[in-house]
Design a protein around this ligand. Structure first.
Ligand SMILES: Nc1ncnc2c1ncn2[C@@H]1O[C@H](COP(=O)(O)OP(=O)(O)O)[C@@H](O)[C@H]1O
Ligand SMILES: [Mg+2]
Length: 226
């Protein structure tokens, strides 16, 4: 998918979260790194249509996230920093079925696509569980199944391995690496993005670097002074 920012800016009152940004993205893997408060989540929310640019535009394959809101939103899936917050139904299977149900698929088809999504991320055995019965990594995978069942063109991850132990981290990293869909990955876990061909470094609400993973990490280290 082709993501275009054209002078897109996001403000919260007087505060500029993301300064006017012009950028064109179409790589299969796009990393986003930078200090806390540098504008990473704001950038991601603009792509997903969860925030509207206060000026400028964001388009996805030519669809404007404001003027063509519904069609643009259908192209993206967003995995929140705390995926527990996006699983809203009491049982994992029901939550994954929510999207297909709202699209009006017949019951047998809902069962089929839900089974497929759960199995794709290796969590079929968790289908009957409640969210609080899942580990952090399992919650990420459940949120990913609930997003991917809707067939988005791009999946956006906001710090997916935060607070995960090594085992869960490896599971989530493998799921991201194996994802057929395009992915935008915000991460402080630099291993996740170091092999990406395109990694953006944000600093104080502006793009400070745009290039290959290892070079971006070097720039980020300079900014962080360590
Ligand atoms: N809902 C909000 N209201 C006011 N300010 C916000 C809001 N969300 C983010 N900001 C501010 O915008 C800036 C960028 O935030 P954010 O995009 O969340 O950064 P990051 O994800 O890189 O930590 C920060 O200064 C933050 O305090
Ligand atoms: Mg953030």
């Amino acid at each position: 998918m082709h993501i275009i920012f054209d002078q897109a800016e996001l403000r919260y009152g007087d505060r500029v979260a993301l300064k006017a940004l012009t950028l064109s993205l179409s790589e299969r893997r796009i990393g986003v790194i930078g200090l806390n408060g540098s504008g990473k989540t704001s950038f991601a929310r603009l792509i997903a249509g969860l925030a509207k640019p206060t000026s400028g535009t964001v388009t996805l394959d030519g669809l404007d996230t404001v003027a063509d809101e519904k069609a643009a939103r259908a192209k993206t899936g967003f995995i929140f920093q705390n995926p527990g917050h996006q699983i809203i139904l009491p049982i994992i299977r029901e939550d994954v079925a929510l999207g297909p149900k709202s699209r009006g698929l017949p019951a047998a088809e809902i069962d089929r696509v839900v089974d497929e999504a759960l199995s794709r991320f290796g969590i079929s055995d968790l289908a009957g569980r409640r969210p609080h019965e899942l580990s952090g990594g399992e919650l990420q995978l459940a949120a990913l199944a609930a997003v991917c069942v809707n067939r988005p063109d791009v999946v956006i991850f906001d710090e997916p391995t935060n607070q995960l132990d090594l085992k869960n981290r490896a599971r989530v990293k493998a799921a991201i690496d194996g994802l057929a869909e395009q992915a935008v990955v915000i991460s402080h876990d630099l291993d996740l993005v170091e092999n990406f061909g395109r990694v953006l470094v944000f600093h104080e609400g502006a793009l400070a670097f745009d290039g290959a993973g290892q070079d971006a990490i070097a720039r980020y280290r300079e900014i962080a002074g360590c």
